[in-house]
Design a protein around this ligand. Sequence first.
Ligand code: ACO
Length: 350
Amino acid sequence: MLFSLLINFSNKGAYKEPIMIKGRIVGTGSTIPKRILTNKELENIVDTSDEWIMRRTGIKERRISSDGQREETSDLAASASLKALEMGGIPAETLDMIVVGTVTPDRQFPSAACFVQKALKASKAVAFDVSAGCSGFLYALSVAGNAISTGSCKNALVIGAERLSTITNWKDRSTCVLLGDGAGAVVLTPTTDHDGILSTHLGSDGSYWKLLYASSEETYEIPEILDIAEGKPFYIKMEGNRLFKKAVSCLADIAVSALEHHDLSGSDIKLMVPHQANLRIIQAVAEKLSIPMDKVYTNIHKYGNTSSASIPIALDEANREGLLKAGDYVLLVTFGAGLTWGASVVKWYS
Ligand code: ACO
């Protein structure tokens, strides 16, 4: 067993700086369902307009998973994972841990992570889900990163995967226009260099749970134009306006804490990859951090809010577009149901 602080003694006990072990992201991957649901199509489902949705959220279209295409949460997650493992050159059988951030696992149990483990034949890995609303990916990243730091794990797969279409109330225009499906994954390996996940800072406040929760108070139906046989027996209920204000303040505060922890400021950040809930939230947070929008990655116009999946999907797209270089500081920030929130500072490795 390794330890997080390996204290080196050599030359008759002379003390050397402790060596920190951190998780390093060596591969990213994402998988998006093929079915595009446009704002125009939503105009036929609820009383809304493309103009309203674009102006208030920045969303143009989103992806909706399909039963016929076998796009369960774990299918999307396993597909994204294969791409991340391939990029990192990490064989699935060497994984020690698989953590999936999700609020829409295929089933109540077993976990989506166990289905991913089966699909990847990652027989050595412990596998479990983390439920933290839209913050699930950063919570999962924190768990896996800490496991690497303590030496209890070497290679880890961290996934954010959601099928929000199965918990969407398609009669509620204030939520159904926001949500989409997808999955993203990162592969972590240990590093003792100066790169890797420098730290992840998390927050929760259950006293605000009623701003966003899963409700079973009404029944709902999936629109016929979507290939989803059956939804879950509950759906998303949200007080969007109050949530918006909490999101901006929590995101900005946790991001500042994370940056200050490393004596960094917004100007040191090469790329901010925020949770994609609303373009106006992202712009407000970037302004508070003095990070110009050309250093903020957004893909909300294509995918809407994919909850736990949004950060790893965006990170993968940014990575594959060549926007991240070795030594770049990357800021990941998230906010979601719980309430939960978090920020992670990553020094990129490539
Ligand atoms: N189309 C047309 N009109 C609409 C729609 C729609 N899709 N949705 C709401 N409206 C109407 C409302 O009924 C209201 O009408 P009224 O003035 O006649 O009563 C008006 O638009 C304004 O409604 P608000 O809710 O005040 O609109 P707001 O500007 O706040 O935008 C939104 C709503 C987009 C939901 C915003 O509040 C938001 O993004 N909130 C945060 C969402 C979030 O961060 N979620 C966190 C994570 S989600 C998760 O965890 C899965």
